[in-house]
Design a protein around this ligand. Structure first.
Ligand code: 3HC
Length: 337
């Protein structure tokens, strides 16, 4: 399936996007551009243009929010998993997503933004997070399909981020991708088992695939022509492969997996194009995507309310941890005196 060894060259021409006019110090800007052009890494202590910093904070914080909101649709099924084995796997997976959120918030903090600021953005509804987590998980098959398709799409997008120009983000992504690869495989394996079961189980898998397929294609973001951040993100080596190219890679990788599983993908226009050496596929409903991104998907309100409640309920834990840290520090100072 998708592993660290899945690697793809940068998009052709990715580095040829012209430099945006800069109001920054020309010498610092030139040194920064030279490092980016040499495919070097930018570290927190290095000088960077404000726009680069802002773009990273935007993308990394949205990514972190997606991880912790992404715990919710599957978390719903922990108490209803069909066996102890499936429950243990699901608990571990949901916990991993929480960990990914922590690595990513920590990476964003190195850019000078605080965790409180980022969470305030999420809780107030200002900050975006992935559209995909605003849909309900209706049956156990949804848990398998999220592993196979949602985590599969996430990995396809995230493996190139392991080579992102900002060091802390790139390093966080290496570990995230290893764990996501396990998530994707466990989802596929759970579905393989269901597809060897009863007619009802098979129908449940097909129904879940029908409901999630198009939403997973939209996850990669708007078409390249309508993606305002892509050109600059690629110039800076943050983004390595465009939204449409990643979407195409996902479709091409998934079609044979669907065949092995024994499900159909719900797209009458999906077919191999000999000339392009890729699959053609149908139209994504971008109106529905933007409605969901803008807060009007089926579960947006529920997801945000759950996050805000979890944050408020956890206040005593944060207070206790801070009080403990203060006490430890006072004790150390006393001993040192
Ligand atoms: N859901 C919500 N918003 C989305 C989106 C999606 N699926 N795709 C794009 N958008 C937003 C962008 O954030 C941007 O909004 P902004 O300008 O207000 O910030 C706008 O739509 C235009 O999109 P662009 O293509 O111009 O934006 P980017 O260049 O930033 O590309 C991206 C979007 C491909 C999602 C990129 O930000 C990215 O690669 N982010 C990191 C990966 C990530 O966040 N993945 C989310 C899923 S994580 C996950 O699934 C967890 C796993 O455990 C399952």
């Amino acid at each position: 399936m998708y592993t660290q060894s899945f690697n793809v060259p940068d998009a052709p021409g990715g580095k040829t996007v012209p430099l945006a006019p800069s109001t920054e110090d020309p010498a610092l800007q030139a040194a920064f551009d030279a490092r980016i052009d040499a495919d070097g890494r930018i570290e927190p202590q290095d000088w960077m243009p404000e726009a680069y910093r802002r773009t990273l904070v935007r993308q990394i914080s949205q990514h972190a929010h997606s991880e912790i909101v992404g715990m919710l649709p599957e978390g719903n099924w922990i108490s209803r998993a069909p066996s102890l084995k499936r429950k243990a796997i699901l608990i571990a997976k949901v916990q991993d997503e929480g960990g990914h959120g922590l690595y990513l918030y920590s990476a964003a903090e190195t850019l000078g933004t605080s965790r409180d600021q980022m969470l305030e953005g999420l809780h107030s509804g200002r900050a975006k997070y992935s559209s995909i987590f605003n849909y309900p998980t209706l049956t156990w098959a949804d848990v398998g399909v999220i592993g196979w398709l949602v985590d599969g799409a996430a990995i396809m997008n995230q493996i190139p981020l392991c080579r992102c120009s900002y060091g802390p983000y790139a390093r966080a992504m290496v570990r995230v991708c290893k764990e996501e690869s396990f998530h994707q495989r466990q989802g596929y394996e759970a579905l393989l088992v269901m597809m060897q079961g009863t007619a009802e189980q098979k129908a449940m898998v097909q129904d879940a695939v029908n409901r999630w397929w198009w939403k997973c294609l939209a996850m990669f973001g708007p078409p390249d022509a309508d993606s305002p951040n892509s050109a600059q993100g690629m110039r800076w080596g943050i983004k390595r492969i465009s939204n449409d190219d990643l979407r195409q890679k996902f479709v091409d990788a998934t079609v044979p997996q669907a065949k092995v599983l024994g499900v159909t993908l719900p797209d009458p226009d999906l077919k191999w194009n000999e000339e392009r050496q890729h699959h053609d596929y149908g139209q994504i409903d971008w109106n529905e995507f933007w409605e969901t991104v803008n807060g009007n998907g089926p579960c947006n309100k529920e997801r945000l309310a759950t996050r805000v409640k979890a944050y408020n309920d956890g206040e005593w834990v944060r207070d206790a941890a801070l009080a403990h840290a203060r006490k430890q520090q006072q004790r150390k100072m006393k001993e040192a005196a």
